[in-house]
Design a protein around this ligand. Structure first.
Ligand SMILES: Nc1ncnc2c1ncn2[C@@H]1O[C@H](COP(=O)(O)OP(=O)(O)OP(=O)(O)O)[C@@H](O)[C@H]1O
Ligand SMILES: [Mg+2]
Length: 330
């Protein structure tokens, strides 16, 4: 059975179309990622899929249950880890988990076993009996993840699961998510702003911008599709003859000057480097440093979601310059 089938889902808040006619499916056992800038509509999509928000139009099936017609059926099959903290800080970690397990009618002995298990996974066994009020931000996040897992959901929704966590904890949570997905066949849909996380975890990714899906594929295919290598050359003076020659090459897509460097946007950078060196040599251009950058998921993301800037100023070169500047400022 397909884990999630989304059919023309739309959500309006007054004049704002937060989710605009979105359709896609998540296969059973798939790890699926939603990427998009702040305000793109990711949380709103998850809120509708988890029955917390009623769609303005469209529908969705979660593990076979319709979000509108059978919300209880949906809720019994899913686990949710919210973007905003939703723990009871007046209870201990263990009590928070107990309470959640009871809501899912997990019987007492099983409850004990599972609580110990999930606490171990998120490395909180020692803090189990401390009030959540005294947890650090990362500990709270880990406890929320533990809570979302306790009833072994068939479909797990994770809204920015590793936001604000240290590198070690993030990695251990990635491993756990992967393991859960592999061993138990749990279908998982997650949102994230960490490109590395999406790339590492997800079988497929949908990139959302202003409520619409603008790309959907495997991380590898997304990178191939928007492939652009970048060659940076430290050249003290950029001779006009070099630029003229480079403009003739089909594999050179863009030529920029940046902080005294010559930056080329090219296809098949590795293959074309020898020709570039040959050209530099024949023109007598001396270069003090060279670097080749192959595209990452982040490049794809910026390329796609930075498009509006390009539309506004009408110039491809300056748009790319703007995007690079933005990236450098981060
Ligand atoms: N209850 C609401 N009432 C009015 N507008 C809302 C409401 N919830 C969300 N929005 C708006 O809908 C849009 C999408 O918000 P959403 O929270 O889904 O974005 P997001 O992709 O999750 O962003 P982020 O990456 O910042 O979490 C935003 O413009 C937001 O202001
Ligand atoms: Mg969000």
């Amino acid at each position: 059975m397909t884990a999630i089938v989304i059919d023309n889902l739309t959500k309006r808040f007054d004049d704002l179309v937060a989710v605009d006619n979105v359709s896609f499916s998540v296969k059973s056992g798939e790890l699926f990622g939603l990427l998009g800038p702040n305000g793109a509509g990711k949380t709103t999509i998850l809120n509708m899929l988890t029955t917390l928000l009623v769609p303005t139009a469209g529908s969705a099936l979660i593990a076979g249950s319709d979000i509108k017609k059978d919300p209880d059926g949906v809720r019994s099959n899913i686990g949710i880890i919210f973007q905003d903290p939703s723990l009871d800080i007046g209870l201990t970690g263990r009590e928070n988990l107990e309470f959640h397990a009871m809501m899912y009618n997990i019987e007492r002995s099983e409850r004990k076993k599972r609580i110990a298990e999930v606490l171990k996974v998120v490395n909180l066994s020692e803090k189990a009996d401390t009030l959540v009020e005294y947890y650090s931000g990362g500990m709270k996040r880990r406890l929320e993840i533990a809570r979302g897992l306790i009833h072994y959901p068939r479909v797990l929704f994770l809204d920015e699961p590793t936001l604000g966590l240290d590198a070690q904890t993030r990695r251990s949570i990635w491993d756990y998510i992967k393991n859960l997905n592999k061993e138990y066949g749990t279908s998982i849909i997650l949102t994230t702003h960490y490109m590395e996380e999406a790339d590492y975890l997800c079988d497929r990714i949908a990139i959302i911008d202003r409520g619409k899906i603008i790309a959907l594929d495997t991380p590898a295919n997304l990178k191939v599709q928007y492939k652009r290598d970048r060659i940076t050359l430290a050249v003290p003076d950029i001779p006009e003859s070099l630029v003229t020659e480079l403009e003739k090459r089909a594999w050179v897509q863009d030529i920029l000057s940046e902080n005294g460097n010559l930056v080329l946007s090219v296809s098949k950078g590795e293959e074309n480097l020898p020709e570039l060196f040959h050209l530099l040599h024949s023109l007598g251009v001396s270069v003090s440093a060279v670097s080749l950058h192959t595209p990452t998921l982040e490049d794809v993301f910026i390329h796609l979601t930075g498009a509006s800037i390009r539309e506004q100023d009408g110039s491809r070169r300056s748009a790319i310059r703007d995007r690079m500047r933005r990236r450098m400022m981060r």
